[in-house]
Write a protein that binds this ligand. Structure first.
Ligand code: GLC
Length: 654
């Protein structure tokens, strides 16, 4: 059952699509207490010792969110350390699960805090500074039931084209067509399956959206076609900021039509991002959104069929006003250099000055300096901050509908708000090549699926810092199962393509397993999307009465058949697993054989070598597998066979 409450005058975020009548009573709801004051809105709930709090999508820490503070405030921060309270997305949905099971969605697009036992261990306090929001309260039989009811009201999740379930290689630093060709050639020569190569910002002319540098990519449409002939899809990045440059048509058009975000005085707001000084398209204004979206056609006409939208919190390195707020000392450094130089020369700047420069980045004051125009009304950005990435991605998706209504496009974003899950997927941003980030990746996945973001994945191998062979292999063995399977890394890090390491056959094997399982994974993804279900679930959703299962956060359920048990520590030959019921332990061995063993309910230690991919098949279930293929297109469904419990059958979702 879903109830909808309204407080004040909320902004229509369009997160929820179901028509739900508003409850009359707004001073009291059937769970917790609500306080509406001049200083904001507060929801308070006393948690039982046993209550588990699920949700919050892209957030730090565990699957059970108890014991920390989370702030919904889309932030470009590459330091995903344990104490961080905000990441790139804002997903204000939680499930209180204990004696009762209650889902709460706070539909509020500005900063909001979830104190889940941080200040007082057993108290949940949700707060925001303005009491203008919709609150949806869902009651159900179980946490799983509540999550599915929520998924129904927010509308069907985005489904990407099938090739997007293949493996993708990315690196910030591929600059030319030749760089891309080298990647493709090395993957193909080593028979490592691959379907996508990502094009980071260097493909553009001076980081200008929707341009392609003609010296680096002469005859781009021809290049795109040549890649397609090899079953390689090129996936360019699109950044939120539009470079300010005379004669750059998108900049000039945007200014002329008034489609960029403006300061209070009506002038265009100026922020520095990768291209230097930029304007932000006002994607909250439907006209400007349609205009920005229509620009994707420039690349679609050159054969492109997938995009990743980036820097759309929107990330701001600094603004003119921010700089003006600082003293002359900093001015003398900043004025001499362009953006790139500032980052390159950071070490040469005195420590105290560097600190000041760093604080210029994503400065909350900047988000108060510009406005959106919605229904003829001016809205200050900070009041709707968390909707920017959502609407940039919506711009692209709505344009695709017009440009090529029969075609499916790959589309995912860095920043997001619930509702965006109908338009695209997300990747989890700039993680690091740390073992702890495999675990963070794993824990985030089911929470994202509760919030509708099914097409998701992390930068496998880690974005920041140098990866190692074993870290990459273990992470890929988990990435085999994430809908988005992409190896991506930052400029200046160690080369991270699979062929850069010794023992390439191990990488060939692990990625090959993705392709052997791909028809199954795709089918389960489609089923989850079509039925408003979760593809990844915490064990507690399937075994709610088994406390040990509820507390197991380093294993995941996938679809109706599988339990995942990734290895996420270095220098180990296996790991401990907990089986809530009898299951079949399966390992894809490097020689192509499949090991199967029935294990009883309980605790086991399983051996998993670096070049093996483990999973469990649930009792009385089976899963389909096929032969390895070099690309999704080349998968031969004639080779299908089944592993698991021999009496079981599997029904594909198409
Ligand atoms: C941002 C993105 C990252 C990308 C980089 C350069 O940090 O999160 O994926 O490589 O910008 O475009």
């Amino acid at each position: 059952m879903v109830k909808k409450y309204v407080f004040g005058t909320p902004f229509e975020t369009e997160a929820v699509v179901a028509q739900i009548a508003v409850e009359q009573q707004t001073t009291h709801i059937d769970c917790g207490s609500i306080l509406v004051e001049e200083s904001g809105f507060t929801f308070c709930y006393e948690m039982d010792k046993q209550d588990v709090i699920y949700g919050l999508g892209e957030a730090n820490r565990g699957i059970n969110k108890r014991g920390y503070l989370y702030v919904s405030n889309c932030t470009d921060d590459p330091h995903h350390t344990e104490e961080r309270t905000s990441l790139y997305g804002a997903h204000n949905f939680i499930i209180l699960s204990g004696k009762e099971h209650i889902g709460l969605f706070f539909d509020y697009p500005s900063e909001m805090t979830f104190d889940i036992g941080y200040t007082h261990q057993d108290r949940l306090v949700v707060r925001c500074a303005h009491a203008d929001l919709y609150l949806y309260m869902i009651t159900g039989e179980s946490a799983y039931d509540v999550a599915r009811q929520f998924r129904k009201i927010i509308g069907k999740s985005y489904i990407p084209p099938k090739f997007a379930f293949g493996f993708g290689q990315s690196r910030w630093g591929y600059k030319t067509a030749q760089d891309v060709e080298t990647v493709v050639k090395n993957y193909k020569d080593n028979q490592i399956p691959i379907d996508m190569v990502y094009m980071d910002i260097d493909y553009m002319q001076d980081y200008k959206d929707f341009t392609v540098n003609p010296d680096r990519f002469p005859d781009f449409p021809d290049f795109v076609q040549k890649m397609k002939q090899q079953n390689i899809h090129l996936i360019p990045i699109i950044d939120a900021g539009v470079k300010i440059e005379k004669d750059y048509d998108i900049y000039e058009e945007g200014v002329e039509k008034g489609y960029f975000c403006k300061r209070e005085d009506g002038s265009e707001f100026v922020a520095s991002v990768w291209p230097g000084w930029t304007h932000f398209p006002d994607v909250l204004n439907p006209e400007a959104r349609a205009w920005f979206g229509s620009k994707y056609e420039i690349l679609i006409n050159q054969g492109i069929d997938g995009f990743w939208n980036d820097m759309n919190e929107p990330a701001i390195f600094f603004s003119r006003e921010g700089i003006e707020d600082l003293n002359q000392e900093i001015m003398s450094y900043v004025e001499k250099w362009d953006t790139e130089q500032i980052f390159e020369n950071a070490d040469a700047i005195p420590y105290e000055v560097r600190g000041k420069i760093e604080r210029l980045q994503n400065n909350p004051e900047d988000y108060k300096r510009f406005y959106h125009c919605v229904d003829g009304k001016k809205i200050r950005h900070d009041r709707v901050h968390n909707l920017y990435g959502f609407n940039m991605t919506r711009a692209a998706s709505e344009a695709f509908e017009k440009i090529a209504p029969d075609q499916k496009f790959l589309l995912f974003s860095r920043s997001s708000y619930i509702g965006m899950h109908r338009y695209g997927g997300i990747w989890t941003g700039d993680n690091q090549s740390w073992w702890s980030h495999i675990l963070l990746n794993l824990k985030m996945m089911p929470s994202l699926h509760m919030c509708g973001f099914l097409y998701t994945g992390a930068d496998l191998g880690g974005f920041g810092a140098n990866t190692t062979r074993d870290l990459l292999l273990r992470w890929l063995a988990f990435g085999v199962f994430t809908p988005l399977m992409r190896n991506h890394t930052a400029l200046g890090t160690r080369e991270q393509e699979c062929y850069q390491f010794e023992g390439i056959e191990d990488f060939r094997h692990v990625i090959g397993v993705r392709y052997r399982l791909l028809p199954y994974l795709y089918s389960e993804f489609l089923r989850a999307a079509n039925e408003d279900d979760l593809y990844f679930r915490p064990l507690g959703f399937d075994y709610p009465d088994d406390r040990r299962a509820v507390e197991t956060e380093d294993q995941l359920m996938l679809g109706n058949e599988v339990m995942l048990v990734p290895v996420y520590t270095q220098n180990v030959s296996g790991r401990v697993v907990y089986l809530p019921e009898e299951m079949k332990f399966v390992k894809f061995l490097p020689d192509g054989n499949i090991y199967e063993e029935t294990l009883e309910k309980g605790t086991h230690y399983i051996d998993v070598a670096l070049n093996e991919v483990p999973l469990f098949i649930r009792k009385d279930k089976c899963i389909p597998i096929v032969d390895v293929a070099q690309s999704v297109e080349e998968i031969d469904m004639q080779t299908v066979s089944y592993i698991g419990y021999s009496q079981a059958t599997y029904q594909f979702t198409e």
